[in-house]
Design a protein around this ligand. Structure first.
Ligand SMILES: Cc1cc2nc3c(=O)[nH]c(=O)nc-3n(C[C@H](O)[C@H](O)[C@H](O)COP(=O)(O)OP(=O)(O)OC[C@H]3O[C@@H](n4cnc5c(N)ncnc54)[C@H](O)[C@@H]3O)c2cc1C
Length: 305
């Protein structure tokens, strides 16, 4: 089921047709508050009341024309102004292919750097999502360059990739900000762990190293997972090495395990919800279904009139 859904996420024919149906769009409500920035900002205001801050992402990836990258950057600049206008603690997270990495890497860098500068003026952060393995090396190198210029930039790394421990070692001397996830793409066994216990083991090993770096002021670390058992192991380790819950950052996706997000925030952890919006939601939404095939049943139920 996971393989089929990940295949469907990449299928151009389905991508062009499925989102046209209103009953398909209705099913996305599970993971996104709506398609507009205003929908996302309104959701963030509600989350703030629960003690949960936000990371915003405008959905879209693998553009075909550089003018789209400029439009994406403009949209993020507008969003940064809106976040500040509403007094929210909101960061942004984006995909480099959404800024045209495939078309012109230099333009992608200029656009990202301007967004990071704007985020710095607003005292917030700009994060880089991690995409499929064809982009890993380019994305890590891009981050090294961005981090050399600015403090308020972060990078997502995927625990399922065999290379990630080496990437963490490579980045630690830069005092990086790292968001660790399990990994959402269909990767071959030669480069990624496929079985859940292996991925979880890698996640724990990397988390312990990164929490020590947080304690020593050598990194910012965000654990981004809905796996509460893993988060609890991590929290126990953090406490054992003397970290206060407020210095342990956790992120989950909007709409998933809200009860846990609220519980963890009440327990004093620094919790953010990643709030996605935009009309180009199809591949992102299919990857969310693939993460938990039970969501397909939920989606089908929403599609019924
Ligand atoms: C803030 C954030 C940012 C992310 N950024 C990236 C990125 O840049 N690149 C990337 O490759 N991946 C990214 N991901 C996705 C990540 O790689 C995983 O695919 C995703 O988080 C599911 O794995 P899990 O860690 O929740 O653990 P799992 O072992 O998959 O799930 C643990 C439990 O959480 C619940 N759960 C998990 N997923 C869902 C779901 N979709 N719906 C309902 N319940 C669910 C289930 O109860 C499940 O038993 C991000 C995830 C988060 C939370």
């Amino acid at each position: 089921m996971r393989r089929i859904l990940l295949w469907a996420a990449r299928n151009r024919w389905l991508k062009e047709r499925l989102p046209r149906f209103r009953w398909v769009r209705r099913a996305t409500k599970r993971f996104m508050p709506g398609e507009t920035a205003s929908d996302a900002l309104t959701a963030a205001v509600t989350h703030r009341a629960w003690g949960i801050d936000a990371v915003f992402t405008l959905l879209g990836e693998n553009l075909t024309d550089l003018s789209e990258a400029h439009a994406v950057a403009e949209a993020y600049h507008g969003l940064l102004d809106e976040i500040a206008a509403r007094g929210l603690d909101g960061e942004i997270s984006l995909k480099l292919t959404q800024l045209g990495l495939d078309l012109d890497a230099e333009t992608a860098f200029t656009l990202f750097d301007a967004l990071a500068a704007h985020a710095a003026e607003r005292a917030t952060w700009a994060w880089i999502d991690m995409e499929g393995s064809a982009y890993t090396e380019r994305t890590v190198a891009f981050y090294e360059r961005a981090r050399a210029k600015r403090e308020n930039v972060g990078l997502c790394l995927q625990a399922y990739l065999h290379r990630t421990p080496a990437d963490v070692q490579r980045l630690l001397p830069l005092r990086p900000a790292i968001r660790l996830v399990k990994g959402a793409y269909d990767e071959p066994a030669s480069i990624a762990y496929g079985r859940r216990p292996e991925v979880d083991g890698a996640f724990v090993a990397l988390s312990t190293q990164l929490l020590e770096a947080v304690r020593d002021g050598r990194a910012r670390y965000v654990a981004a997972t809905h796996d509460v058992a893993l988060l609890e192991r991590m929290a126990r380790f953090g406490t054992a090495i003397g970290l206060d819950p407020a210095r342990m950052e956790l992120q989950m996706l909007y709409g998933i395990r809200l009860d846990q997000q609220r519980r963890l925030s009440e327990a004093g952890y620094d919790v953010r919800a990643l709030i996605a919006y935009g009309s180009a939601w199809y591949p992102w939404y299919m990857r969310r279904l693939a993460e938990r095939p039970a969501n397909v049943v939920f989606a089908l139920r929403q599609m019924l009139p």
